[in-house]
Design a protein around this ligand. Structure first.
Ligand SMILES: NC(=O)CC[C@H](N)C(=O)O
Length: 201
């Protein structure tokens, strides 16, 4: 069985870290900047970075329609932080011109934790991933304020001032986290995603 080919949207953000994490999790990992490169992948990661910039570059690189189409056709996508914002149906505190994909039925608040603290770390237990809580790294992160009926809440912040905020969700083949597992050595979430891609491809 060939390893699944997983792309990382490589317009802005922590692309290299996701490529390394995916490779460690058993995928063929490749950067995606052009529609033909998107055609060649079985799944896609949208990295952490800056969602307003990613949104702009998605249009400049003519990737919006192709990605929306692939999502509608069932391609698995995992978004971390800015990637979560790009997968949200509704964004609060976003820029008026920023646009996400036809993604998860949820409302996220951009830079949500920033009111308390810009960056912090907290444990997050993720349903379906064994081995104890993730060491969640949050950097100007969004949280999820509302989820639709079809959305499964996979994880919440375990303690501290932001306790119980929703920070990991899944709807069908779309997965999103507010935190950045790619910045830690923990590959379990990428392995979970690679399995999802393998099961779908
Ligand atoms: N670490 C991140 O990805 C930060 C996300 C950023 N605050 C945004 O709005 O896109």
């Amino acid at each position: 069985m060939r390893p699944p080919v997983v792309g990382v949207l490589a317009l802005q953000g922590d692309v290299r870290e996701h490529l390394a994490a995916l490779a460690a999790a058993g995928a063929h990992a490749r950067p995606v900047r052009r529609p033909v490169e998107l055609d060649a992948v079985d799944g896609l990661v949208i990295p952490g970075g800056e969602s307003t910039t990613i949104s702009k570059l998605v249009d400049i690189f003519e990737l919006r329609e192709p990605i929306d189409k692939r999502i509608a056709a069932g391609m698995p996508v995992y978004g971390s932080c800015a990637g979560m914002i790009m997968l949200a149906g509704e964004v609060l505190d976003g820029r008026p011109d920023q646009r996400g994909f036809a993604g998860i039925e949820m409302t996220v608040r951009r830079n949500a934790f920033g009111r308390q603290v810009d960056s912090f770390e907290a444990p997050v237990e993720v349903t379906g991933v064994e081995g104890g809580p993730f060491h969640g790294v949050f950097i100007r992160a969004p949280w999820v304020e509302r989820v639709g009926d079809g959305v499964e809440v996979l994880g919440r912040v375990a303690g501290g001032p932001a306790a119980d905020r929703i920070v990991a969700v899944r709807q069908g083949n779309l997965l999103a986290t507010s935190f950045h597992p790619e910045l830690t050595g923990d590959r379990r979430l990428h392995a979970y995603f690679v399995e999802l891609v393998r099961a779908t491809a």
